[in-house]
Every structure is written in structure tokens, then in C-alpha cells.
Design a protein around this ligand. Structure first.
Ligand code: PMV
Length: 368
């Protein structure tokens, strides 16, 4: 094949994997010219698109998450412990000749009293960035989202959205072969998470991608290790009040650290030490100890200035009604609390406290 034909193909921006085909076609037609190369490339692209749209609709899902230990401290290199929850979010790609088009997400859980407005501007930016990541910015796609997660409550709705979207687009772009649960997918999800959270530690993305109960340290090197629970234990997420934005709370902690680094670092280190102890307690099935450590973690977050009076009251209410431990979960400033519960106490706890929260849902740790 002539070198000239290859350089004409390259000059119009033909992707590396199509250069030989475009150049070959130019030679065969005996017309080694830019205009001909552009026509040929367009035909290849159209054929490729028809191939990929054949597999539509494509669906992908991702779970929500709670932080059991270590939020904020993870940003400063300490470990955190998280669990995925068995409610989540689904992304569906279907054919839309006028696409790509991002439809208003559907939220399935009514949460009266919470500000459930989703930040469409950020979600749209994330969709644009994701399409670009996979070279799909001009695809005839409609992108639909159906979510059981109440947004803005620290339940990982942006990480679940980013993960389900990346999974669906990967599947579409690679003809069904997507299943990367490792580094590649993590980096792509983090790219979108930055649009929502600035400089996230990666704890949300890692949890939502892997599922289960996880030990996380951002590193480098990053540690993402499953924690195996020797016997079942239940959790309960309670939505207490509208939450603040994660990025603002993370900034608030950074600001406190500027004002008094020694004090802030001491609290963050204390949280790191509690988390390390909690890892052993959970791994050995000592849930009474894990619950007690959760409460101490909550008190440390209170001193860090990210709790609110209503979150503190919620923790107390849960403890008074049989929870082994409870704490705020996520960035704080409002949002949700999570409790650890012996499975046989769960039904009673739900009955006693349900009316006190905007929403309360039990889950089994590590079940997703
Ligand atoms: O996304 P949220 O609100 O669950 O917060 C994640 C945990 C933080 O430590 C507060 C932020 C981070 O990037 O790790």
C-alpha cells in the first residue's frame, strides 16, 4: 500500500485502527486525494455506527454506598471503610437519530422534605465528558437514568451515575465487551466524579465499582480490599435532612486545617486510627466493638465541624432504639446517618424510628 495513501488518510485525522483500511480503499479506487479519503472515512464511520446501534438498548447498573468509617480523613491519606447498599441506579442507552440526548433522570424514591433537585448542569457536563472519553460524542443515542437513590445525601448517587454510565458506554463502544472492574474503569469514573466533587479521594468510585464491604486508602498506591464478614450484619440508612454539597464540606475541613492544622490533623488521625480498629472488628465479627467505634467516629466528625444538631439527634435516637452504633455518613452538613444493627434487632428498630426520618431503609452489609 502506498505511503502516500497512508499519509493522506492520516492527514484527515483517520483513527489509527482505520488508517490501513482507508489507505487501501484509496489505492483501490485509484484516487489518492483528501476529498476521497474523507468520503471513505465517513462511510466506514456510518457502517460502524450501524453495527453498534444494532446492540441497542444497552443497560448498566451500579449500587449506592455508605461510608461506615473514615470520611474526610480519606482525603488526607487515612483509610476508610464503606459498604455498597442494595439500592442503586440504572442507565439505559437507546437509539435516537437526533442524539446524543440526555433525558431528565427519573427518581423512583419519593423523599418529601428533601431537596431532590438534581444538578442537571453537572450531570449534563458529565454525560458530555463520558461521551468524549469513549469517542461517542456524535452517536445517535438517548441516555436515560432511573435512580432509587436520593441525590445529595452522601449515598453515592453521582458515583453510581458515573459508574453505570461508563459501563453502558463501554459496552456500547466495545460491542458488549466491557467488564473491566479494574484500573481502566476506575480512572474513567473518577474523571466524571471530578465534575461533581472537585478532587474526590476515589472512595465512592471504588465502592460503587467493586460492591461489598471495602477497605480503601487513596494512596498512592491505592488500597481497595474487600472485608469479609464472618456472619451477617444489617445496616440502616436514615435520611435526616437536606444535605450540603460534598465539595463545600471538603473545602470547609481544608479551611479548618489552615486555621489550626495541629488540631485538625489530630482529629483526622484519630479517625484514621478508629478506622483501622474497625477493620479488625468487622473482619472478626465483633460488631459490638464496630458499633462503638462508629459512635466515636461520629463524635470526631462532630468536632471536625461537619455534623449538625439533627444528625446528632438521629444518632442518639438510633442508639436508644437498639442500634449497635450509628454515625453520619458521607460529607455531612446534613444528609443521612447509617446504623449498624444485629439482624434480629432490625425489624424492631425500623418500626420504632421510621416515622422520625424522611426515609429509612435497611440493607444487608456487603449484599450487593
Ligand atoms: O460523596 P460523599 O458525600 O459520600 O463524601 C465522600 C467522602 C469524603 O471523604 C467526604 C470526600 C472524599 O472525596 O473522600
Amino acid at each position: 500500500m502506498s505511503l502516500h495513501a497512508r499519509s493522506v488518510a492520516l492527514s484527515i485525522g483517520t483513527p489509527a485502527e482505520l488508517v490501513d483500511q482507508v489507505a487501501g480503499e484509496l489505492v483501490q479506487r485509484g484516487e489518492v486525494k483528501v476529498a476521497a479519503a474523507e468520503r471513505i472515512l465517513k462511510q466506514f464511520r456510518r457502517a460502524e455506527r450501524e453495527d453498534s446501534t444494532e446492540q441497542l438498548p444497552v443497560e448498566a447498573a451500579a449500587p449506592g454506598k455508605v461510608v461506615l468509617f473514615g470520611e474526610h480523613a480519606v482525603v488526607y491519606g487515612h483509610a476508610g471503610i464503606t459498604a455498597s447498599i442494595d439500592i442503586g441506579l440504572k442507565v439505559r442507552l437507546s437509539h435516537d437519530p437526533d442524539g446524543p440526548r440526555f433525558l431528565q433522570p427519573r427518581l423512583t424514591l419519593e423523599c418529601p422534605g428533601a431537596d431532590c433537585d438534581i444538578d442537571m448542569r453537572r450531570f449534563s457536563r458529565a454525560v458530555d465528558a463520558a461521551l468524549e472519553q469513549y469517542g461517542l460524542s456524535h452517536e445517535p443515542l438517548a441516555i436515560e437514568v432511573e435512580s432509587d437513590l436520593v441525590p445529595g445525601m452522601g449515598l453515592g448517587s453521582s458515583a453510581a451515575f458515573s459508574t453505570a454510565l461508563c459501563r453502558a458506554l463501554r459496552r456500547y463502544a466495545r460491542g458488549g465487551e466491557d467488564e473491566d472492574t479494574g484500573e481502566g474503569l476506575f480512572a474513567e469514573v473518577q474523571e466524571l466524579e471530578r465534575i461533581f466533587h472537585g478532587q474526590p479521594s476515589g472512595i465512592d468510585a471504588a465502592t460503587v465499582i467493586s460492591g461489598g464491604v471495602l477497605w480503601f486508602r487513596k494512596g498512592p498506591p491505592r488500597e481497595v480490599l474487600p472485608i469479609r464478614l464472618p456472619r451477617p450484619v444489617a445496616g440502616m440508612v436514615c435520611i435526616v435532612e437536606p444535605g450540603a454539597r460534598t465539595i463545600e464540606l471538603v473545602r470547609q475541613v481544608a479551611h479548618s486545617r489552615e486555621l489550626d492544622q495541629a488540631r485538625t490533623d489530630a482529629i483526622l488521625e484519630e479517625i484514621g486510627a478508629l478506622t483501622a480498629e474497625a477493620g479488625s472488628a468487622l473482619g472478626s465479627g465483633d460488631y459490638v466493638r464496630a458499633g462503638m467505634l462508629m459512635l466515636r467516629n461520629h463524635e470526631a466528625l462532630e468536632r471536625l465541624g461537619v455534623s449538625t444538631p439533627r444528625l446528632d439527634e438521629a444518632v442518639e435516637l438510633l442508639l436508644n432504639n437498639g442500634a449497635l452504633g450509628a454515625k453520619l455518613t458521607g460529607a455531612g452538613g446534613g444528609g443521612a446517618v447509617v446504623a449498624l444493627v444485629e439482624p434480629e434487632q432490625l425489624a424492631g428498630l425500623v418500626r420504632s424510628v421510621q416515622g422520625s426520618f424522611l426515609l429509612a431503609y435497611p440493607f444487608e452489609l456487603g449484599s450487593y
